[in-house]
Design a protein around this ligand. Structure first.
Ligand code: 5GP
Ligand code: MN
Length: 348
């Protein structure tokens, strides 16, 4: 048995929303990751099996390495199908928002989502959820939206409707949001759920192979280049920084998702506590940050890079040049020192 975390009133309210609806749209955050896609598709499979019509609309294209997931081909990326997507949002009688805490996280789809008359349910594990939904089930202590969804499905008495396909999607989010069970992964319940998912027929070894070991030669070369040529270490600050310019991306035929776990690489150096990655995406500088232990990178992303996220994994978008982003980061190294393990906090 796993512990009970979701409030009974939330379950009751969610049950009522589901009972009253037939046409459901499920959506998640822009640049969807394994947890966003996994939770969306898993919920789609379960709701379809109880007779609902379900469409999954993502703000932009899902990453290619997740296209093997059951149901992934039915996903409608809004950037590609804005008109159809808008129609579906408008005629939905329920919108389920998964794995994001703020309407801004759906990017250019925000206005359409807000304008839809359908009630909105948010199920998420990010800190500080906004109040755009009619029902918010927010559990930042959960390592992934997928494990939160598993708990919710059990409480809705839909455990029996989790088939192998849904189980594969749930496992994907649990795995990717914990770095393959290497962080936020000491909760014993995680392993009880994995055991249940294996009983549903998933092959966890094969899922790992499909999600993590499907890299193109360009991706491997780009990551190798980034680490060799573009990684800077600041050992006195326990910090690391990697930058990639537009030209770098062009040279290696960059595709979305190609730098997915690059920011984690410097953290394997024992003396590095946090790592930041700046990628020039043209419209803005995409910022990704990761850390170990108590050092909170969401503070840095919120304060300086127009973003947020979790303590050990955060990101943002910087509107300026790559050089400006780098100078800003260099200028806050001293301030960040105050938050390093064993350092006294002077500036909050
Ligand atoms: P990634 O570095 O993989 O893009 O993002 C890591 C985490 O940081 C995400 O799961 C999300 O919680 C958060 N994050 C990334 N980009 C943004 C952003 O632009 N705004 C906010 N608020 N959070 C972000
Ligand atoms: Mn997540």
């Amino acid at each position: 048995m796993i512990s009970r975390v979701v409030k009974e009133t939330d379950i009751k309210d969610l049950r009522r929303y589901l009972e009253r609806s037939k046409n459901i749209v499920i959506t998640c955050h822009v640049s969807p990751d394994g947890d966003a896609i996994g939770s969306s598709l898993a919920f789609m499979h379960v709701l379809t099996s109880i007779g609902k019509t379900v469409n999954v609309i993502t703000p932009d294209l899902p990453p290619r390495n997740l296209s093997f997931l059951p149901g992934a081909r039915s996903i409608l990326p809004f950037t590609r199908y804005a008109e159809t997507g808008t129609g579906l949002f408008n005629k939905a009688d329920l919108i389920i928002c998964l794995d994001f805490n703020d309407i801004k996280r759906v990017d250019k789809m925000a206005d359409t989502l807000s304008a839809s008359p359908a009630p909105k349910v948010l199920i998420d594990h990010h800190l500080n959820p906004g109040d755009f939904a009619d029902l918010t089930i927010s559990h930042p202590e959960m390592s992934s939206t997928c494990i939160l969804l598993f708990r919710i499905l059990c409480r809705l008495e839909l455990y029996g409707k989790i088939n192998r396909k849904a189980a594969e999607c749930i496992y994907t989010g649990m795995m990717t949001d914990t770095g393959n069970f290497t962080y936020n992964s000491n909760d014993p319940d995680l392993y009880v759920v994995i055991s249940e998912l294996i009983k549903k027929g998933i092959n966890k070894d094969r899922l790992y192979q499909s999600i993590c070991n499907t890299y193109s030669a360009n991706r491997i070369r780009l990551n190798g280049y980034a680490v060799y040529q573009k990684m800077q270490l600041f050992p006195e600050h326990q910090a690391a920084m990697i930058t990639l310019t537009k030209d770098d991306l062009k040279e290696f035929d960059y595709e979305k998702g190609d730098t997915e776990s690059l920011v984690n690489v410097p953290l394997s150096i024992p003396d590095i506590t946090y790592s930041i990655f700046f990628r020039d995406d043209g419209d803005y500088i995409k910022v990704s940050a990761r850390s170990k232990g108590e050092f909170a990178v969401n503070r840095i992303c919120e304060k300086y890079f127009n973003g947020g996220g979790h303590k050990n994994a955060a990101g943002g978008e910087f509107s300026g040049t790559l050089e400006e982003a780098v100078s800003l980061f260099l200028s806050i190294l001293d301030e960040n020192d105050n938050y390093l393990p064993g350092k006294q906090i002077k500036d909050k």
